[in-house]
Design a protein around this ligand. Structure first.
Ligand code: PEP
Length: 255
């Protein structure tokens, strides 16, 4: 089963709509017409509409960093799947560790968002990963397995090709510390095993599992060459076109 690499940039709470214009312009010029690797940018909500216009005529996909599980109603400050679809958003990052850490999101609640996303033709990028304490206590695989099982409960097997997972060890996010290639591969292979138990071997083989945590142009190629690493969710390095496109080029070289 060949899985196309996906390189997704998570801009977090950075870049106004006008700043997005510069960055996306450079990304479009550099990698916006190639289709070997799937490229996605995930701006803040306020820059989605502008970015949507900027990528419209390109091969770059648009992603959101969050959404609400409800379709509409009295949820002040929230954004629905339908609102994202209206802006031609394709992917939505769900359960990022910063949402878990600062906003109390837990896998069972994130599960409702994952299901709402796929019901609305959005591709969820469901994030999972252990803290440093959990790794040091030897709990990595148990923690990640539980996050996968809870977050993907009742996911429709017939929509499995729309599912993307991102393994992001919390201790590697924004810290400059990266999981070794072997650490990443071990967890990715275990995640694929859980997916096989939940959805069957062939479904599991079709799901892309991204690595996230201080991925940069200089470590991207060795991480991406691991058999179960199917792309990257990029934070800090997605804020400059040079670093972000460098990672896309690393993936292209392996494709
Ligand atoms: C992230 O926030 O998803 C991430 C991987 O961040 P960074 O690349 O900065 O570690």
């Amino acid at each position: 089963m060949s899985r196309k690499y996906l390189i997704a940039g998570n801009w977090k709470m950075n870049k106004t709509a006008s700043e997005a214009e510069d960055l996306v312009g450079e990304i479009n010029t550099s990698v916006g017409s190639q289709t070997t690797v799937q490229v996605c940018v995930c701006p803040a909500f306020t820059a989605l509409a502008k970015t949507s216009e900027l990528v419209e005529q390109t091969e770059v996909f648009l992603g959101s960093q969050n959404m609400n599980a409800e379709s509409s109603g009295a949820y002040t400050g929230e954004i629905s799947a339908e609102m994202l679809r209206d802006l031609y958003v394709s992917f939505v990052i769900l359960g990022h560790s910063e949402r878990r850490q600062y906003y109390g999101e837990i896998s069972t609640a994130i599960n409702l968002k994952v299901l709402a996303a796929v019901q609305n033709n959005l591709k969820p990028i469901y994030c999972i990963g252990e803290t440093l304490e959990e790794r040091e206590a030897g709990q990595t695989l148990a923690v990640v397995r539980q996050q996968v099982r809870e977050g993907l409960a009742n996911f429709p097997t017939n929509a499995i090709e729309h599912l993307v997972l991102a393994y992001e060890p919390v201790w590697a996010i924004g810290t400059g510390k990266t999981a070794t290639d072997e650490m990443a591969q071990e967890v990715h292979a275990d995640i694929r095993q859980v997916l096989a138990e939940m959805f069957g071997e062939s479904a599991s083989a079709s799901v892309r599992i991204l690595y996230g945590g201080s991925m940069k142009p200089d470590n991207a190629q060795s991480l991406l060459s691991q058999p179960d690493v199917d792309g990257g969710l990029i934070g800090g390095a997605s804020l400059t076109s040079r670093a972000f496109c460098g990672i896309v080029e690393a993936a292209r070289a392996l494709s």
